[in-house]
Design a binder for this molecule. Structure first.
Ligand code: PDD
Length: 277
């Protein structure tokens, strides 16, 4: 079952107009919200970011927060497995002709839910590999836009190179991952790129910062270079579907001699507790 413009229908039956600006221009925004034991995780933070994305591209939010909550829970009611990843997208809607500029249209709302399968602690303890690449994206990465061509190319490159993620850098500064935020630890201090128009400030990123405090790790939201990343004590990536993953290999270089660090253990543990709250 999926949700499309007010209706819960079978995915096969769901269709939209060829004039939808989401199809023609990638003119829309989205959110990915995890659920644990049937409960929406950090819904308010996701809805707040959704509102920011909508405001940035001048689409008015079709629903109130309580309406969103109701629709998402209704859709969850159709799923079998307990942990889900909800994907919701809002496009500007369908016009009568293709033109770049827009008038006020009826937004298209689509939501689907898929099982959320996270890696076990045992698997994560082996660490993941990443590669670095120049950040070729536009200057409004704070908008969670559906136009994701650069990210699609990065994901394909990750697949072809059999790595978990691509870590991006702009002017030698690490921005974020192609679909995640990036953290590094040096001498007991956690660094991550500050929230700005050059990154999508993740809901999980905030939870990592919260968990870091609980692990007596001081957090510094300031930018760092690729060289600093390569010489870090620990490197992590985070996202709603990945949670917090320890990176043990960057390009051809090992991080922390290829071993997962102790801070990751602590932060991972704290994050698992937050999921049960
Ligand atoms: N991606 N940065 C980028 C570019 C992302 O695409 C994502 C998430 C994040 C992490 O955000 P959060 O912690 O709120 O999930 C950072 C989602 C999962 C996706 O595109 O599917």
């Amino acid at each position: 079952m999926v949700y499309l413009n007010g209706n819960f229908i079978a995915k096969k039956q769901a269709s939209i107009s060829v004039m939808d600006r989401g199809f023609l221009f990638g003119d829309g925004v989205y959110e990915v919200i995890p659920t644990y034991q049937g409960k929406l995780f950090r819904l308010d933070a996701h809805l707040k970011r959704l509102q920011n994305s909508l405001d940035a591209i001048k689409i008015s939010n079709p629903y109130s927060n309580s309406e969103w909550q109701k629709i998402l829970n209704q859709l969850l009611g159709y799923s079998q497995s307990e942990n889900q990843s909800l994907y919701l997208q809002i496009t500007r809607g369908a016009d009568t002709q293709r033109k770049h500029s827009f008038d006020t249209l009826i937004p298209t709302v689509y939501i689907e839910s898929n099982p959320l399968i996270t890696k076990t602690k045992h698997t994560l303890e082996k660490g993941v590999s990443v590669i670095t690449q120049a950040d070729i994206r536009w200057s409004r990465c704070d908008i969670k836009a559906t136009s994701l061509l650069a990210n699609v190319l990065y994901a394909q490159n990750a697949k072809e190179n059999q790595v978990e993620e691509i870590i991006l850098h702009r002017d030698n500064i690490v921005t974020e991952g192609a679909t995640s935020n990036v953290f590094m630890i040096k001498a007991g201090i956690l660094f991550t790129h500050p929230a700005s128009k050059n990154i999508l400030s993740g809901v999980t990123r905030d939870l990592v910062l919260e968990s870091a405090l609980a692990c007596k790790l001081s957090a510094n939201e300031s930018a760092f270079t690729v060289d600093a990343l390569l010489n870090a004590d620990e490197v992590w990536i985070s996202s709603s579907t990945r949670e917090i993953m320890p990176v043990t290999q960057i390009d051809d270089q090992a991080v922390n001699h290829g071993k997962v660090g102790n801070y990751w253990e602590c932060v991972y543990h704290h994050y698992q507790q937050l999921k049960n709250d």
